[in-house]
Design a protein. Structure first.
Length: 265
């Protein structure tokens, strides 16, 4: 594997997946494919009690690849990325995210899919997609279920980044730690107390039951939001301009016209 690492702990009952591209742990199609392959392998692992996601180095993830948000690649990228969410839904294995540093865009979407989110005080979280003239499909469905519409609407519409303490107050993060070492120790103790003594089979039924509403919403609404992104948003000039401006490291020039702007040229 090129961009993730897999380690087992607690007598092979806890799988630790490290996002690791050597930089900002950008979730491009290579990393997404590697995560998908590992998750698929868990389908036959009946002893697994928890999956823990974390970023190697200082950051969880800078997000999904902006290059792959371009119009020609967006449909395939979102399809592959969202398949990770559906796979986690079907596995029903308890999941946790350990967040340090930047956890933005697709990185936060992926972390928010987890049952438990732990963070240290270096963590910064946000959905800045709107700053590029696009939006975050999975976050638009998942974040409201985590923290409610009043708080999620603001994050999704403004694209602002929040620190770990604000995320804790919002209820987005379950526990906050002073630093990464303390977070590692804290999650390990939490797993030892709350996960390891339990039946792997019963934990999966517990997750399935606890998320019956969440999974219904994910299953029914994420495909709709993905369709809006691919077939409506990406047909506008501003969405393509925003992505292009980011890649070209310049300020975007918004037009703000109605949809189908690309055809008007």
């Amino acid at each position: 594997m090129e961009k993730i690492k897999l380690e087992y702990t607690h007598h092979h009952t806890v799988a630790n997946i490290f996002l690791d591209d050597g930089k900002g742990n950008v979730m491009d199609h290579i990393m997404i494919g590697e995560i998908q392959s590992v998750l698929d392998s868990f389908k036959s692992d009946t002893n697994l009690k928890m999956i823990v996601f974390q970023g190697a180095g200082k950051h969880f993830s800078f997000g999904a690849s902006v290059e792959e948000h371009q119009k020609d690649f967006a449909a395939a990228m979102l399809h592959e990325f969202h398949n990770l969410f559906y796979t986690l839904r079907d596995l029903c294995i308890p999941t946790a995210a350990k967040i340090s540093g930047q956890c933005l865009g697709g990185g936060l979407e992926f972390a928010a899919m987890c049952n438990i989110m732990f963070a240290d005080k270096t963590a910064n979280m946000g959905q800045p997609e709107i700053l590029l003239g696009v939006f975050a499909p999975a976050a638009s469905v998942i974040i409201p279920e985590k923290i409610g519409y009043a708080l999620s609407d603001e994050l999704l519409i403004t694209g602002r980044t929040i620190g770990a303490e604000e995320a804790l107050r919002m209820g987005l993060v379950n526990q906050l730690f002073e630093d990464k070492d303390a977070m590692n120790a804290g999650l390990n103790a939490w797993i030892e107390q709350h996960i390891i003594p339990k039946s792997a089979s019963s934990l999966r039924f517990g997750v399935k039951a606890a998320r019956v509403r969440f999974n219904h919403i994910l299953t029914n609404f994420l495909p709709q939001v993905e369709d809006v992104y691919v077939n409506e948003l990406m047909e506008t000039r501003d969405a393509n301009e925003g992505v292009a401006a980011f890649l070209e490291k310049r300020k975007p020039e918004w037009i703000g016209n109605i949809v189908n702007q690309l055809e008007e040229d």
